[in-house]
Design a protein around this ligand. Structure first.
Ligand code: 5GP
Ligand code: ZN
Length: 114
């Protein structure tokens, strides 16, 4: 997708601080961290949001959770705990319309609020 920020990161047009990469996924540090550890986890395939996921996309999303588990281990937050968040749509606070999960940790996170 030409105008998608995260597709540009996947294609190397925009640089990122990579944490993990394989054929299907990319994990990189968020440019504006909301916690001491804040990684953005994406499938390389462009899926605009959870609302557009279909069919085998859900296999990818499942695998992305496995990558979250190993990334948390790699970043040293597995033991202390972490939060995995997907923002969907305007009310969910989604600003980049390429499906992604936030992996947050490294401190005791506040309660979820609406
Ligand atoms: P959303 O609000 O869509 O759930 O999350 C988008 C995230 O992408 C935000 O946390 C934002 O800080 C991050 N972000 C936006 N632009 C860039 C960028 O150019 N590089 C990196 N690494 N993160 C970005
Ligand atoms: Zn994209």
């Amino acid at each position: 997708m030409e105008n998608c920020l995260f597709c540009k990161i996947v294609n190397g047009v925009i640089p990122s601080s990579k944490i993990y990469e394989d054929d299907e996924f990319l994990v990189f540090h968020d440019i504006q961290p909301a916690a001491p550890v804040h990684a953005v986890m994406i499938p390389k395939k462009h899926i605009a949001s959870m609302n557009e996921a279909q069919g085998d996309d859900f296999v990818l999303i499942g695998k992305l959770h496995q990558v979250a588990q190993t990334t948390a281990e790699q970043l040293g937050i597995a033991e202390t705990g972490y939060r995995l968040i997907n923002n969907c749509g305007p009310d969910g606070g989604q600003t980049v319309f390429h499906l992604h999960f936030h992996l947050l940790g490294g401190a005791k996170l506040g309660a979820l609020t609406g």
